[in-house]
Ligand binder design. Structure first.
Ligand code: NAD
Length: 269
């Protein structure tokens, strides 16, 4: 018996085997979920690198479909939700694990970011969740769960996180508003705030190695989280085990977020 026996849903945001969405997906499959997937469309259809990477991971585990979706395009989102409806009828969960900011804007001070870079980052990293929730509302079963991924840099200043911090603030606020709006349908909306994990997106954040060291030194558990831990917590938030939780940002970061200053042993004896 799995927690997801008979449950169906869709996962947005696997790029490769390091993606947080893949860590959560493995836990969902282990619990019996039926899942459809999207991938970033390939520029050259003759060389479908993005599609192949995702298919290689999810098809052996029984993916129900793998389709392209650029979340900046309404027509792509419409096509994906048409596919979901055709395949499953109603669904029980949606995982949104997507973010992007142009490197030139992300690696500079926030006050230097361009209007175009700001709009693009907010569109891909925030509006995409709103667009998905709007389309999912009609086909979510009561008890359904929507989950997005966020980071502490949306609540506090984390040097180097810059423009993405603004996106995560807006994302977490969107989670709260949409949770209040979809709660009447019995649908929950939450965010998982993960500590640093080495992924493609993380490599765009300046000084990522230093962030890993920061967590090893300052977090209550004195280490970094594992992908498996993020995977299990993500599965929990998508499952009935978290039935009373909505509008929440759950920190899965070895406790880093509670610290108001460094542990005294960080200074040596
Ligand atoms: P990742 O690069 O594996 O995943 C990001 C995904 O976004 C990719 O699959 C990419 O294809 C997708 N994407 C980007 N632009 C898109 C578009 N226009 N249309 C469709 N898809 C698009 O990296 P990740 O670290 O797994 O990131 C997943 C989420 O987790 C992001 O929201 C990220 O901010 C968040 N997060 C990451 C960390 C970390 O340390 N890695 C920590 C906390 C939160």
């Amino acid at each position: 018996m799995g927690l997801f026996d008979g449950k169906k849903g869709v996962v947005f945001g696997i790029a490769n085997e390091r993606s947080i969405a893949w860590a959560i997906t493995q836990q969902l499959f282990a619990q019996g979920a039926e899942i459809g997937f999207t991938h970033l469309p390939d520029k050259d259809p003759e060389r479908p690198k993005n599609a192949n990477k995702v298919k290689k991971l999810v098809e052996p585990l029984g993916a129900k479909f793998v389709v392209p979706c650029d979340v900046q395009k309404d027509e792509d989102l419409d096509a994906v939700f048409a596919k979901i409806t055709e395949q499953f009828g109603k669904i029980d969960f949606v995982l949104h694990s997507i973010a992007f900011a142009p490197p030139a804007d992300l690696t500079q001070e926030v006050y230097k970011c361009s209007r175009a870079g700001f709009s693009l980052s907010m569109d891909i990293s925030v509006y995409s969740l709103i667009a998905m929730c709007g389309r999912a509302k009609a086909i979510m079963n009561p008890g359904g769960s929507i989950l997005t991924l966020t980071y502490l840099g949306g609540e506090k200043v984390i040097p180097g996180y810059n423009l993405m911090g603004l996106c995560k603030s807006a994302l977490e606020s969107s989670v709260e508003y949409i949770a209040s709006e979809m709660g009447a349908d019995g649908v929950r909306v939450n965010a998982l705030s993960a500590g640093p994990v080495r992924t493609i997106s993380a490599s765009g954040v300046g000084d990522f190695k230093k962030m890993l060291t920061l967590y090893e030194t300052f977090s209550p558990l004195r280490r970094n989280i594992t992908e498996e831990e993020v995977g299990k917590s993500g599965m929990f938030l998508l499952s009935d085990m978290s039935g009373g939780i909505t509008g929440e940002t759950l920190h899965v970061d070895c406790g880093y977020h509670v610290m108001g200053g460094p542990p005294l042993d960080a200074f040596g004896n």
